[in-house]
Design a protein around this ligand. Structure first.
Ligand code: ADP
Length: 432
């Protein structure tokens, strides 16, 4: 109820003064009557203040002490405010409880990390998938608990557009997919999914391809061997068969290349990193690939130039890097018409090292670029059939670079030529 409390107080004061004056008139002691009157009023006010202080400190959950007048109104207003705040708190707590209950029920793990990468909160699934323990692990750095080297690298990246796949730190049989998403002021939420089933299917596909490739190798070697013998003894054969045999031999060779590339890809996919991690002298490697490229170009007179900084070496596997770089350089030779220009460069700056292969060949339309590293993806069937490629070259390049923490950039314009650039981070370099 809205009352004019100022009027009430003034009326009460006037009443008090009148009562004091009346007592003063009766007793003849005005000053004493006023002093006693105001003293009593002050005492009563202090008493109410003490009751208020006691109630605020000890019993705010109970109804306030009974009092009439302005003090009663103050008690009631405070009680109403306090009840309203309590109601709002309960509402918010219910929302937080529901959010926590629903994330706790999720099959995916949800982990909240503070701006320093320390664990703040996680749901039940995080305990089973990542082995996080409450409360021991609260405020521990997440990299101490998920100790995989790939995770440390992934966590230290500034952006995380792609999820990361790892075995679970508590159970090698489980395969997890982790995705970090930033929020607030540098905090992160990490969602972890169990992708064991998908991983197993993927593994079955890889095993199938590897087994088929292995099984096909032996019969193909036998067929190619006989074909070679037959072609070598062509003079004893009907000349009509010679061309057919030569074509069979050529296609047999193509199949052998295909099987070799499939087996190489399977090997590259089997482990995250190359087994050897020695500094590779890229300039010498490129020199030897350039010599092979000259042989491949024979008769088509490509102008091949090489500029390589001998001071920069790259940590990794020479065999794998040779395979990746020669795929790029041989592609340039294969697809660039006779007399074309091919430029190979190897250099470094503060962001890492680069190998680029540029040609002034037919170029590639922009719509093909994002899919170029997919297995068997070809820009133009007739172009590929004519060059005898397997369609796996750029897939191999992508995998080798991934294993060396690098990535491939392709820029190309139809009619102008193409540039394939491999970028390696500074951590992979060794400078002489
Ligand atoms: P392929 O064995 O067919 O060469 P790749 O994976 O090496 O397979 O290359 C995929 C496709 O990319 C090729 O079929 C070709 O169309 C295109 N390509 C690759 N390199 C070049 C290049 N330097 N110039 C033009 N097109 C290229």
């Amino acid at each position: 109820m809205n009352q004019d409390w100022r009027g009430v107080v003034i009326r009460q004061l006037l009443l008090l003064i009148s009562a004091c004056l009346l007592v003063g008139l009766l007793s003849g002691e005005y000053a004493w009557a006023l002093a006693v009157g105001f003293g009593a009023f002050l005492g009563w006010t202090l008493w109410q203040l003490l009751r208020l202080q006691h109630w605020l400190h000890h019993q705010t959950d109970q109804a306030p002490p009974h009092c009439s007048g302005l003090w009663g109104e103050v008690f009631d207003s405070l009680y109403r405010l306090q009840r309203r705040a309590q109601g709002e708190r309960d509402g918010l707590q219910a929302v937080i409880d529901r959010a926590q209950e629903s994330t706790a029920a999720l099959k995916d793990a949800v982990v909240m990390l503070d701006a320093d990468g320390n664990l703040e909160w996680w749901n039940r699934a995080a305990q089973t998938l990542l082995g996080l323990k409450t409360p021991q692990d609260v405020n521990q750095p997440v990299t101490n608990l998920v100790r995989h080297p790939r995770f440390k690298e992934y966590f230290e990246q500034r952006q995380h557009p792609e999820p990361l796949e790892l075995p679970s730190p508590v159970n090698e049989q489980l395969r997890l997919q982790l995705q970090l998403t930033p929020y607030g002021h540098g905090e992160h939420v990490m969602v972890v999914r169990d992708v064991t089933r998908v991983h197993q299917l993927e593994q079955m596909r890889k095993d199938f391809v590897t087994n088929v490739s292995h099984e096909l190798r032996t019969p193909l070697t036998v067929i190619s061997g006989y074909l070679e013998t037959l072609v070598d003894n062509a003079e004893q054969l009907n000349p009509r068969w010679l061309r057919a045999l030569q074509q069979m031999q050529q296609q047999g060779l193509r199949m052998q290349n295909l099987l070799n590339d499939l087996l190489l890809l399977a090997k590259l996919e089997a482990a995250d990193y190359p087994s050897d991690n020695l500094p590779v002298t890229v300039d010498l490697l490129l020199l030897s690939i350039q010599a092979d490229a000259r042989a491949l170009s024979a008769g088509r007179n490509h102008r091949l130039s090489l500029e390589a900084d001998p001071a920069i070496r790259l940590k990794g596997s020479e065999v794998e890097l040779r395979s990746a770089f020669s795929n790029l350089i041989f592609n340039a030779v294969k697809y660039t018409p006779a007399e074309g220009q091919i430029r190979i460069r190897w250099w470094a700056d503060e962001r890492g090292a680069y190998l680029s292969v540029s040609d002034n060949g037919p170029g590639i339309e922009a719509k093909h670029l994002p899919r170029l590293t997919e297995r068997f993806y070809r820009v133009d069937g007739s172009r590929a059939a004519h060059t005898g490629g397997t369609g796996l070259g750029l897939a191999i390049v992508k995998h080798v670079l991934l294993r060396h923490r690098g990535h491939l950039q392709i820029s190309s314009e139809p009619g102008q030529g193409s540039t394939f650039t491999c970028h390696f981070p500074v951590t992979q370099l060794v400078r002489r």
